[in-house]
Design a protein around this ligand. Sequence first.
Ligand SMILES: [Fe+2]
Length: 296
Amino acid sequence: MTLQITPLSAAFGAEVHGLDPTIPPDTEGCETLRSAFDRYGVLVFPDAAIDRWMQTCVTELVRGEADLSADKIEADAQKQSSFYISNKIEDAAAPFGRLMWHSDGMWSDHPFEVISLYGEAIEPPVPPTQFASTTLAWDTLPADLRARIEHAAAVQVPGPESFAQRRGDDDGDLVQPVRDREYSVTKPIAHRHPRTGRTLLFVSQQMTSHVVDIPPAESEDLLKALFDHMYAPTNIIEHDWREGDLVVWDNPACQHARPDVKLDSSVRTLRKVGWPLPPMGQKQAVGSYRRIPASQ
Ligand SMILES: [Fe+2]
């Protein structure tokens, strides 16, 4: 079956139809998916109806992995066999709360390049997953803002505890990952995408602590201007989940976020696969999660 790619918006994102859920795409199909992934950043496969093996295969192939042999994919799938985002499964990641904008692992030297979520058990309506393009944000950055950050660097941390004031007028609880130690990295704000070489805006609402070498108040003002630009409605798409949907995205090129998820609301279980796996493990050393109430 031929794969059909349909753009989701004028900005980025595309829908894919025609994926065979039982066998990997042929050479032509792989090329179609890779080129769509690099062009659109977010690929949505409605009603894909696939298992974790096939999800792992698609997640790896869009990054250009050459070895898609059954045994290799099976071994990689097994390494993430318990990786879920869910408000119902015990020990799942991010079980409750709102997630502010971020790319997974911005604060580490080994962030995922590709992330996929599959709607394994969904009782609609559930909160959507939202996406913002960091590459389009860079391409459309006003000249005065670009001049201020072209040679600047920023400190990235897991957050969002220190940045709870950035929640704006959304009073939902935030979810705070509890890790074995504090992590942080300092990287240029004009960040080069590891595969495509495109420049992307490397700051985020949840994970950027501050811009280095300027006073704290100036840093926060600068970040607010960058966030207002990057998270403008014209640079955002969102996916309303239905059971069987697969969404695969370019983690550096697209940040993600979600509104508040409640433990006692309807089932929202998303099977997650990230690639490549960081040396510290698939959950990046998260021990548990803590709630940051709206009043904080
Ligand atoms: Fe995330």
